[in-house]
Design a protein around this ligand. Structure first.
Ligand code: KIV
Ligand code: ZN
Length: 389
């Protein structure tokens, strides 16, 4: 039986922190509604203590979208932040408070300038306070991947005893590599299951070395039950784990991971495009799953193979992620078979070998000049040729 992985989307919190990604309150609500259609399990709607606007957005999302999806928001380990989170999410059906506090030496010494025990105590007090407000509390051990393991575990043990119901292990600066991160999660998981089997183990990765998806998958393989990600991988610096990449990896490689998510994958492209529209931040053309070229095959060998059987060069169908119609973009390397197929699809079949060769030569000249030839180019090429003939 496949394990079910809980998906938290933090596009509206970690993603929206990015320069240039600002959305207003109604745009955030519109995006949260799309996340609900995508069927994420949890929406992290913002960081309400950071500004009045953020508070308002979290509150609107909790009220308008939080009926069938769980809603959370971020707090530092201080009472005023926790109060702001509680007030903003309390109207949602299934809200929980998310507390973050660093565990690495550099955070403890440089950021807080306190002893390890004093920082740990701050975390415990914060969880105890949050528990007076809501039953479910997530605790994030910020910079976990650069933390001393025994101190990290001591913190996890203490906050679980104080009532934390979810432990989130962040690779805050994208420093981890897959084998090592998987190992960290396995070690934590082994101890956590002995301490309290009901506590959910979660991961949150950043992409500074381009490894966020790989690290998240490695964590899943080693026992993580919940993942935090963003649409298009939007997030601080090089971004967060891309939701679409992990979800489709689990789907395409289901036999290997033996895990599934509740995501309605046909909504992935729409969600990605909506985010681009709302933020003005484009997705790189070759981005996995949602990039413009993610399902475009341009080389002749590939196009020829696809025309024989899609599975020759496709590991998932474009329709699975919401691409409605896949146009083969022709190039000078596409070859006769792909060209013939494309013109026939446009309704221009020809049995005349001379006419076909003539059209193909015209096509090659156009492809040399233009690099990419689309359906509308072919349409003009063929109709122009026939009106002159
Ligand atoms: O990257 C990080 O550590 C975070 C935490 C708040 C989970 O975003
Ligand atoms: Zn983060």
């Amino acid at each position: 039986m496949n394990r079910s992985i809980i998906v938290l989307d933090t596009t509206l919190r970690d993603g929206e922190q990015v320069p240039g990604a600002k959305m207003n309150v109604s745009q955030k609500v519109e995006f949260a509604q799309q996340l609900k259609r995508l069927n994420v399990d949890i929406i992290e709607a913002g960081f309400p203590a950071s500004s009045h606007g953020d508070f308002q957005a979290v509150q609107e999302i909790a009220r308008k979208v939080g009926d069938s999806v769980s809603v959370t928001a971020l707090a530092r380990a201080v009472k005023s932040d926790i109060d702001a989170v509680f007030e903003s999410i309390r109207d949602a059906e299934d809200p929980f408070i998310h507390i973050v506090l660093g565990t690495s030496d550099i955070h403890v010494e440089k950021k807080f300038n306190r002893s390890q025990d004093a920082v740990l105590q701050m975390g415990v007090e914060a969880v105890k306070y949050a528990k007076t407000l809501l039953p479910n509390v997530q605790y994030s051990t910020e910079d976990a991947s650069r933390s001393d393991f025994e101190y990290l575990w001591k913190t996890i043990e203490a906050v679980v005893k104080a009532g934390a119901t979810m432990i989130n292990v962040p690779d805050t600066v994208g420093y981890a590599v897959p084998e090592e991160f998987g190992d960290l999660i396995r070690r934590i998981n082994d101890r956590l299951k002995n301490l309290n089997d009901n506590v959910i183990l979660s991961v949150h990765c950043h992409n500074d070395l381009g490894l966020a998806t790989a690290n998240t998958l490695s964590a899943i393989k080693n026992g993580a039950e919940k993942i935090e990600c963003t649409i298009n991988g939007l997030g601080e610096r090089a971004g967060n784990t891309s939701l679409e990449e992990v979800v489709m990896s689990l789907k395409v490689r289901e036999n290997y991971y033996q895990c599934r998510t509740n995501i309605h994958t046909q909504e992935l492209l729409k969600t990605s495009r909506l985010l681009t529209y709302l933020t003005g931040l484009d997705v790189q053309v070759n981005k996995a799953i949602t990039g413009e070229n993610a399902f475009a095959h341009s080389s002749g060998i590939h196009q020829d193979g696809l025309l024989k059987d899609k599975q020759v060069y496709e590991i998932m169908s474009p329709e699975e992620v919401g691409v409605e119609k896949m146009e083969l973009i022709l190039t000078a390397r596409s070859g006769r078979h792909a060209f013939k197929n494309a013109v026939e699809k446009l309704g221009f079949a020809t049995d005349d070998a001379n006419e076909f060769e003539h059209l193909f030569e015209k096509f090659l000249a156009l492809a040399d000049a233009k690099k990419e030839v689309y359906d509308h180019d072919l349409f003009y090429l063929v109709t122009g040729h026939r009106s002159q003939a």
